[in-house]
Every structure is written in C-alpha cells, then in structure tokens.
Write a protein that binds this ligand. Structure first.
Ligand SMILES: Nc1ncnc2c1ncn2[C@@H]1O[C@H](COP(=O)(O)OP(=O)(O)OP(=O)(O)O)[C@@H](O)[C@H]1O
Length: 279
C-alpha cells in the first residue's frame, strides 16, 4: 500500500477518464476533474448519472485506464491507498451490524480503543447510546453506529456514497458539521454523492454535476450563482424542522453512559467511556 504524502490533504484528479463496465456498456465518458486538497465536493446527478461508478474508480475498487485517476498523486488501483475510506451500499449492508452485539464491542473492533477521543466525539455527535444492542435498534440508529465505525480511523480521503438517508435531519446536520470541521482541522479531502440537499448550502467547497456518465458542471461553489436561484421555501422548512429536532433533543436531555453517573457531554479528553488501555 502506498501511503499518502504525510501532512498534506490529498487532491483528487481525473484526466479524460472514460470507463466501460465488464459487459462493455458505457459507464463514464471523458471525466476531467481537479478537486483541491482539503476540499469538500458534492457529487450531484440523477439516478444512473454515474456517481457511484466514479466513486468506485476513485477508491480503487474498479480499475481505471492508466493515468486517468490520481488521488494525492497516486493511482489508487495500481498502488493501493492507505487512508482512503469509501462508505457505500456494500458497507451499509454488512450483516455484522444486525447481530445481537453491543455498541462498545463494535467500536472496539474497528480501533475504538486506540482512537478514544475520536470515538467519544463520534458517539456524542451521532447521539449514540452505548446501551443499544444492534439487533434491536432502528434503521437510523443502526446507521449512526455504522457511521461512527466507518469514520473512526482518521482517513485522509473520504468517499461517501449517499449513506445518510436514514438519519434524521439533526443527526445529519451534526454529522455534516463534523465532516466540515475535519477538513478544516486536519489534512483531508471529501467527495460526497447525495440526493439530499437539506441544509447543505454552506457545506461544499466544490460542486460536480454529472449526467449520463459525463460531468456537466464542475467548479468551486463560488462560481455557481446560488444566491440567484429562486427560493422555493424548502430551506425554510428545513430550518423549521431542525429547530423542532433541537428542541426535542434538549427536552430529552443528554444520554447517560451505562452504569456510570456521567453523560456523554464533554466526554472527550476525559478518559473515554470505558476502562480500556490505549496501546
Ligand atoms: N456493473 C454494471 N454493469 C453495467 N452497467 C452498470 C453497472 N453498474 C451500474 N451500471 C449502470 O451505470 C449507470 C451509472 O450507475 P451508477 O450506479 O454509477 O449511478 P449513480 O449516479 O450512482 O445512481 P444513483 O443515484 O441511482 O445511485 C447506470 O445506468 C447503471 O445502470
């Protein structure tokens, strides 16, 4: 595995990237992108536009033609990449998160004892109850635990293929804020394919609009005249629902750590929720 350059966020570059599926049908055609280090890109497009195909090529899960894909200067398929986290449908369908298993064990299994402060931050941000057992949680609760698992290791590039559909508006908003902070506080880059644009206006640094395997529009967010687009009232509805959910959460109060008097509030940096030893 080739490590990404230390200390630098990876750029994502595709040059004349065209791709055919094994059955020879067209996947992508002449995709040219240059996403700068530390950027947060939204990948937009109708069903079948080619978003997943592009993300899989960027992650190295599919073989792109030589010299058409470069992540932090490295060909992800040829050289393999450390520090790439690709969260998509296959990952979501992993059956382990439907078994009768507790949350601390799951988080431990993906490095939670090593990355204690990230683990505790994710538990708090995603409002996870450590007393949950995974066979008896709701879909959204399960997704929140999965996200904590997937994001725990400090990735350098995150490729997200719409995996927030089950999250309520507030959890999603907190999750997106967390991702934004990540790109602002350490060297990392995010590409996020989504159909859900609620409360995303201030999130992306770049937009990519795909259609039928091609890039129709691409650029920094400032190059798109978003202020000039007619406001249908949808964002105001989103703001209203966010307010409701914040009030609901306040009414419920902070979650308590099982068998401890403490809550998750301000847990970070105070020894974590367990008694585990950090190597
Ligand atoms: N393995 C495959 N073989 C042949 N065609 C495929 C294969 N996988 C996807 N396609 C086709 O490629 C096109 C792009 O699919 P892709 O999954 O990249 O779209 P998408 O933009 O992610 O769509 P969605 O928003 O529905 O997730 C679709 O028309 C799809 O039918």
């Amino acid at each position: 595995m080739a490590p990404l350059l230390d200390g630098l966020a990876p750029s994502v570059v595709t040059k004349a990237l065209s791709y055919r599926f094994p059955d020879s049908s067209a996947g992508l055609a002449d995709v040219n992108l240059s996403l700068p280090p530390g950027s947060r890109t939204l990948l937009i497009g109708a069903n079948g536009a080619g978003k997943t195909t592009l993300l899989r090529l960027l992650s190295g899960k599919r073989l792109a033609p030589t010299a058409t894909v470069s992540v932090g200067g490295i060909d992800p398929f040829k050289d393999g990449l450390e520090g790439v986290t690709y969260l998509g449908l296959e990952w979501v369908l992993n059956p382990i998160v439907r078994t009768d298993i507790d949350v601390p064990t799951l988080l431990s299994s993906v490095g939670g004892d090593y990355y204690q402060s990230r683990r505790d931050e994710l538990v708090r941000i995603l409002d996870i109850d450590l007393a949950w057992r995974m066979h008896s949680v709701s879909d959204g609760e399960r997704r929140r635990v999965q996200l904590a698992m997937g994001l725990l290791r400090p990735w350098r590039i995150l490729l997200l293929d719409e995996i927030t559909v089950d999250l309520d508006l507030l959890s999603r908003s907190n999750f997106l804020d967390f991702l934004k902070r990540e790109t602002e506080s350490r060297p990392c880059t995010i590409v996020y394919a989504t159909h859900i644009l609620d409360n995303l206006a201030d999130w992306p640094t770049h937009l990519v609009h795909m259609h039928l395997g091609r890039v129709r529009d691409f650029g920094s967010i400032s190059t798109f005249n978003i202020g000039g687009v007619k406001n249908s009232g949808n964002s105001r509805l989103g703001e209203l629902v966010l307010t409701w959910l914040r009030q609901d959460l306040e009414e419920r109060g902070p979650r308590k750590i099982p068998n401890q008097g403490r809550t998750y509030e301000n847990l970070e940096g105070k020894g974590g929720y367990g008694n585990e030893k950090v190597p």
